[in-house]
Ligand binder design. Structure first.
Ligand code: G3P
Length: 230
């Protein structure tokens, strides 16, 4: 499963990229608006940091012609860019037109298997079901993911399933078990994936024991215990 960060924050992208396990990022108009930087400059800097990783950038038009125009523009900025298009009838038309021009799209704001089926039929490169937002209204986000993965398998659709709106590590692990191609997550959730109290406790014991025995160990390395985010 590929790991994307769901952020437009360049510090988070930089920090995430340093681990060497990041495959890309997803952004949306809300995330970009928070950063207070020119859109193009921000997206291009993300492409530079991610060195070949995928950068998802979203259109804001809601008519087909506008989405296609924006999609062409976004895709022309850098080969790493995938164009996010909202799941609207006009968006599905735009996805098909952009696909025919070789432009990769990500159909976003997907909340039903029927919408995901249409996205795949139109030739989307990614489809983004929003799990957390369904959970927020007491519907089963992971259930939706399971249905989409099942349908895509039945028909060998090439569209990759990008599990989005993930809020905690269990979402990520369940998405992996279901077989999502990609999970996108906030930086905070990415950090949580590293953690286990038994790892911390085990390491503490190892280092204490090492320090107690150091006299008898001869030439030893000074122990350090760097942690994510520190
Ligand atoms: O990538 C989609 C994602 O940004 C939505 O997440 O947490 O705003 O529902 P959230």
């Amino acid at each position: 499963m590929k790991i994307f960060l769901d952020t437009a924050n360049l510090d988070e992208i930089r920090r995430g990229a340093e681990f060497g396990v990041l495959d890309g990022i997803t952004t949306n108009p809300t995330l970009v608006a928070k950063e207070n930087r020119p859109f193009r400059e921000l997206i291009l800097e993300a492409c530079r940091i991610l060195r070949g990783g995928v950068v998802n950038a979203e259109v804001v038009s809601t008519d087909t012609a506008g989405m296609v125009r924006e999609g062409r523009e976004l895709a022309s900025w850098h080969p790493s860019i995938v164009v996010k298009v909202p799941m609207l009838p006009a968006g599905i038309r735009a996805v098909r037109l952009l696909r025919d021009e070789g432009i990769r799209t990500n159909v976003t704001l997907v909340f039903s298997p029927a919408q995901a089926l249409l996205a795949a039929k139109a030739g989307a490169y990614f489809v983004s079901p929003f799990l957390g937002r369904l959970d927020d209204i007491a519907q089963d986000g992971l259930g939706l993911l399971r249905e989409i993965v099942g349908i895509y398998r039945n028909y060998h659709f090439e569209t990759q399933v990008l599990a989005a709106s993930l809020r905690h590590p269990m979402h990520i692990m369940e998405a992996a078990k279901i077989g999502a191609d990609i999970a996108t997550m906030p930086y905070k959730v990415f950090e949580q994936l590293f953690q286990h109290p038994l790892t911390d406790r085990g390491l503490e014991t190892f280092l204490k024991d090492w320090a107690k025995a150091r006299e008898s160990l001869g030439e030893i390395v000074e122990p350090t215990a760097p942690k994510i985010g520190r």
